[in-house]
Write a protein that binds this ligand. Structure first.
Ligand code: HEM
Ligand SMILES: *[C@@H]1O[C@H](CO)[C@@H](O)[C@H](O)[C@H]1NC(C)=O
Ligand SMILES: *[C@@H]1O[C@H](CO)[C@@H](O)[C@H](O)[C@H]1NC(C)=O
Ligand SMILES: *[C@@H]1O[C@H](CO)[C@@H](O)[C@H](O)[C@H]1NC(C)=O
Ligand SMILES: *[C@@H]1O[C@H](CO)[C@@H](O)[C@H](O)[C@H]1NC(C)=O
Length: 161
């Protein structure tokens, strides 16, 4: 191995790349990782102008999951918030918003949702730590109203961090 490569790998030791998941033939591209084992970073690039959701789940279900939902509304304004779900129904907004940084952009075909949060937010009532999550779940809709995603537009993937 060249010394340059060794140096490069050493510089990367603090972060884990996580994974890139190409879902439904690229309709939903999910990139996520951990920085310094303490900050979760997520980018979802989705072929929709409606809402985009990403969550941590212990079972793969949305029930009991810790969710982030966001999008860009018809007036071009971005929206994003921290949620949790107690059932197969519209998620509930967390009392404590644990999103650290974010941006949401939309063009004629796609919405890109980017956010970071602590791997363990400490919000035990409304969030799940990465260390206790087994799946990353995803969903999206054609609409900005928080209606059901439908059975084709949601799923769960084993968390790879
Ligand atoms: C915005 C409002 C939402 C509503 C009204 C809603 C409603 C529902 C309903 C009725 C089901 C059962 C029918 C089905 O299997 O599709 C379901 C399942 C599911 N939802 Fe949602 N959902 C919402 C948001 C989300 C979000 C944001 C995510 C993920 C980020 C999500 C992930 C899932 C998953 C993975 C399932 C399958 C659960 C299982 O197999 O047990 N949902 N949802
Ligand atoms: C996947 O996307 C490619 C490129 O757009 C397309 O050629 C192909 O038919 C798609 N496959 C399915 C199964 O949708
Ligand atoms: C990463 O953080 C988790 C949860 O705080 C901890 O259990 C684990 O030991 C840490 N791993 C490393 C390599 O520091
Ligand atoms: C979103 O924020 C991240 C981190 O601050 C930045 O790297 C990225 O370029 C931003 N994207 C857009 C579209 O502003
Ligand atoms: C819209 O955004 C998507 C995702 O970033 C990108 O692939 C596509 O080229 C963009 N379309 C235009 C017209 O810029």
């Amino acid at each position: 191995m060249s010394s340059l490569l060794v140096l490069f790998l050493a510089c990367l030791a603090g972060s884990s790349f996580g994974a890139v998941e190409v879902i439904q033939n690229g309709t939903y591209i999910l990139e996520y990782g951990l920085v310094n084992n303490e900050t979760l970073t997520v980018t979802a690039t989705v072929a929709t102008q409606g809402w985009v959701g990403v969550g941590l789940s212990q079972t793969g279900s949305m029930v009991g999951a810790d969710l982030i939902l966001g999008g860009v509304n018809a007036d071009g304004e971005e929206y994003i918030n921290d949620y949790f779900a107690v059932g197969n129904a519209r998620p509930i907004v967390d009392l404590e918003n644990n999103i650290l940084t974010y941006n949401v952009t939309e063009n004629a075909t796609h919405t890109t949702l980017f956010f970071t949060r602590a791997a363990d937010t400490g919000d035990i009532d409304e969030d799940l730590p990465v260390s206790r999550s087994s799946y990353i779940i995803w969903a999206f809709s054609d609409s900005d109203s928080f209606a059901h995603h439908g059975t084709e537009r949601r799923g769960a993937i084993p968390l790879s961090l």
